[in-house]
Design a protein around this ligand. Structure first.
Ligand code: PMT
Length: 418
């Protein structure tokens, strides 16, 4: 990333102080950073402190005589434009196409990828005006990272905190990597559904049955496919991220709600089921907390379980609405390949990515649940391949490339049919 130029627009929110750290982190990754401060941003950080960090490359005024047409040159000289923090007001002004200060004029004039990192009070983030503005911007190709959930400077808690600086830096790197590859977006126009994470099956209002999935593998797949241009819906069990770059995240809790969200996302061209869906749920969850006997007796408790619907098998059912490609995972603790081969045939999906989730998984480095690494056995109707142990992001990249190849082959075949 050496020598690539980031134009950082700092708008006026409390999170503006984090932009100073963002400048440093971007520089550490080899980027040259130039900054534009809105008038409101200057209430939170001074042009002087920003100038000290980025070697004087700070701009504030659209009408400075020496800066005639600076909005055009600034937007042309950048490789990527980042708005962090992006306040509700700035997002609204971008959505409306205003250009009455240097920041909005640069954004309107920009022909470069734009990444926004929203930061605001949770109620402002949830407001329908903000939702509509963000949707409009995303529909125009603006990329977004965050906001995240957590405690806010205003004392409230919820979604609205600016994404962690390291996430913003990663998102900038991803965007630039995509444009460096010629902005290659072979999945543009394709729709993809990805499932990720665990499900929680309630026992009573305070207890549930769960599993060890973190959702990391599915999230990496969703991001990798979105980076290649796909329109991605990620249906995610408990623990879902507030947002991922260019991915529509649908949070769910139970297997039944995951199925419902998946069906609502149809039709899609590709479905990838990486979620660890509970195979059973409690037949009748208790309406009140189940109490221990008051006499202190050691009575046991039996729970009656019923099977959950199999989402992967439903998506794989033959018929006109079936995605062109359905990909499942198999979490096995023994006879991994044999079990996964049978699972693929039983569920009717096209491919299965099998992983050993025993303590000896990842070639002895531990179960992939929650781990940074995964070791995949890639099962197709014609056989299987053993992939090296890789980061989950690398697994996602490899799978994404296979998906691109498969879709290209199937459309070539379709085109050559009489
Ligand atoms: O989330 P991480 O911490 O990153 O860990 C990644 C992972 C280990 C969870 C992931 O790599 C993985 O293996 N996901 C599938 C887990 C699983 O439930 O496997 P399974 O063998 O029980 O299910 C087989 C397939 O059927 C899976 O695609 C699963 O999503 C799907 N399924 C299962 C049951 C069900 N009711 N509906 C389903 O769709």
């Amino acid at each position: 990333m050496d020598g690539l130029r980031v134009l950082l627009i700092i708008s006026g929110g409390v999170a503006a102080y984090k932009s100073l750290d963002l400048i440093r982190r971007l520089q550490e990754r080899g980027f040259t950073v130039t900054c534009v401060l809105t008038e409101a941003a200057q209430q939170f950080v001074t042009p002087l402190s920003v100038a000290a960090l980025c070697g004087g490359r700070v701009h504030t005024d659209l009408f400075a005589p020496e800066a005639a047409l600076s909005h055009i040159t600034l937007s042309r000289e950048a490789d990527v434009v980042v708005v962090a923090p992006a306040t509700a007001n700035t997002l609204a002004r971008m959505a409306a196409g205003l250009a009455d200060d240097l920041a909005t004029a640069v954004l309107l004039a920009s022909d470069k990828p734009v990444l926004v990192a929203p930061a605001m009070n949770p109620a402002m983030w949830a407001a329908s005006a903000t939702r509509e503005n963000v949707e409009r911007l995303e529909a125009r190709g603006v990329h977004r990272v965050g906001p995240e959930c957590g405690d806010m400077a205003c004392g409230e808690t919820g979604a609205g905190r600016m994404a962690d600086v390291s996430r913003i830096v990663d998102a900038v790197g991803d965007l630039l990597a995509a444009s460096a590859s010629g902005g290659s977006r072979p999945l543009a126009g394709r729709t993809v559904l990805v499932t990720a994470g665990p499900t929680h099956e309630p026992i009573d209002p305070v207890r549930f049955i769960a599993n060890r999935s973190s959702g990391r593998q599915g999230q990496a797949i969703a991001v990798a496919l979105a980076r290649l241009g796909a329109d991605v819906t990620l249906v995610h069990g408990p623990g879902s991220p507030a947002s991922l770059p260019s991915v529509r995240v649908v949070p769910v809790t139970t297997a039944l709600s995951m199925l419902e969200a998946c069906e609502a996302a149809l039709p899609v061209d590709v479905a990838v089921c990486a979620a660890a869906v509970a195979d059973w749920r409690i037949e009748l969850p208790a309406g009140q907390k189940i109490k221990k006997p008051e006499d202190g007796g050691a009575a046991g408790l039996s729970l009656s379980l019923v099977p959950n619907p199999d989402i992967l098998a439903r998506l794989s059912r033959p018929g006109p609405g079936r995605p062109d490609l359905v990909v499942g995972f198999a979490a096995e603790t023994r006879d991994v390949i044999e079990n996964a081969v049978r699972k693929r045939a039983r569920k009717g999906c096209d491919w299965i990515l099998a992983n050993d989730v025993s303590d000896q998984g990842n070639r002895g480095q531990g179960s992939p649940f929650g781990h940074a690494l995964n070791t995949i056995h890639f099962i197709t109707p014609s056989g299987h391949e053993d992939w090296p142990t890789m980061s989950k992001e690398e697994v996602a990249g490899m799978l994404a490339n296979r998906i691109v190849d498969a879709l290209e082959t199937s459309s070539t075949l379709r085109r050559s049919l009489p």
